[in-house]
Design a protein around this ligand. Structure first.
Ligand code: 13P
Ligand code: SF4
Length: 303
């Protein structure tokens, strides 16, 4: 029996479903029941009838799926797969901003721990940050942890006072604008599609800025034949599926999220067999507040 066949068999035995982010290895995306960006996956997790969710992504994704589905078993194939940005907020800075602005709304990117969500009013993903922030009644917003998504949101919602701290995704923050410029010179007709987690210099080159799903649907609908992609390179698999006729170029320093790439087929087999790495959350005030922050996102996000 191949590993893929073993996973199919175990899935049926355990009433399990496999969700995967676009940044995991292609062989994992191939066996997943659903592949998506953070927003799609968090919505999908609530809609599924299965008893067990195997979440092929980083820790905050499994934690969010469990917060939204407390009665389900959520298994993380690799307990080490984490997102460094999800921890880049200091509570004292949030408290200071709350003291400074009476009407402050703390908006946290879903790439954050449950504890950070518990300090926040609403969660967002890169797919819905602009529209959620635009529709908040508050003038003053503290956007955490991602300074780049915060600045992108601020540009698109100029009537709000958007404050931010210094969190970032190392993969998107350290992407080199000169490498994008070089690709542009080599492929002058190619369009640059960038994730808003990219640093501001890279975003200056973008013809389109959007979440991972946004980048995919842009490429899918476009009549162009060449694209320069400024996001994590795992998305190449889905891009090639969507546009087998097009060419996709990534920066020379390949943007790779080591957390996402740690997940293997063997990990999936192991957790399905043993129930190892189950996300267990206490029924405490922090997790209740974090759940409300996520539920508010689902209420406010455009459908
Ligand atoms: P999206 O899934 O919202 O595109 O975000 C990318 C990301 O970095 C996920 O960790
Ligand atoms: Fe976190 Fe960046 Fe990896 Fe996304 S790509 S999980 S933001 S480290």
């Amino acid at each position: 029996m191949t590993k893929q066949e073993e996973i199919q068999k175990l899935k049926q035995e355990k009433d399990a479903i496999i969700l995967a982010h676009y940044y995991v290895q292609a062989e994992i995306q191939k066996i997943a029941d659903y592949i998506g960006d953070s927003y799609f996956l968090s919505k999908k997790a609530i809609a599924l009838p299965h008893r067990v969710i195997v979440f092929c992504g980083v820790s905050f994704m499994g934690e969010s799926a469990k917060l939204l589905n407390p009665s389900k078993t959520v298994l993380m194939p690799n307990a080490q797969a984490d997102c460094p940005m999800a921890h880049m907020v200091d509570q004292a800075a949030v408290q200071k901003a709350r003291e400074q602005y009476e009407d402050l709304a703390v908006v946290c990117y879903i790439n954050s721990t449950a504890e950070i969500k518990s300090w926040s009013n609403v969660s967002v993903t890169s797919a819905n940050a602009v529209s959620i922030v635009r529709n908040l009644p508050n003038k003053n917003i503290l956007f955490i942890p991602d300074k780049n998504l915060a600045q992108y949101t601020a540009k698109n919602v100029p009537d709000k006072n958007i404050l931010f701290l210094d969190g970032f995704c190392p993969i998107h923050e350290h992407m080199c604008a000169q490498e994008i410029q070089k690709l542009r010179a080599q492929h002058p007709t190619a369009e640059v599609l960038a994730h808003p987690e990219c640093n501001q210099e890279v975003l200056e080159y973008a013809d389109y800025i959007g979440s991972t799903s946004g980048i995919l649907s842009y490429a899918e609908k476009s009549s162009e034949m060449e694209f320069i992609i400024a996001t994590e390179s795992g998305v190449e698999y889905a891009l090639q599926q969507a546009r087998p006729d097009a060419a996709f170029y990534f920066p020379e320093t390949e943007p790779i999220c080591s957390g996402m790439k740690q997940i293997t087929l063997e990990n999936i087999i192991e957790v399905l067999k043993t129930g190892k790495n189950e996300v267990l959350l206490q029924d405490n005030a922090i997790n209740k507040a974090a759940r409300q922050t996520l539920e508010r996102m689902l209420e406010l996000a455009p459908s």
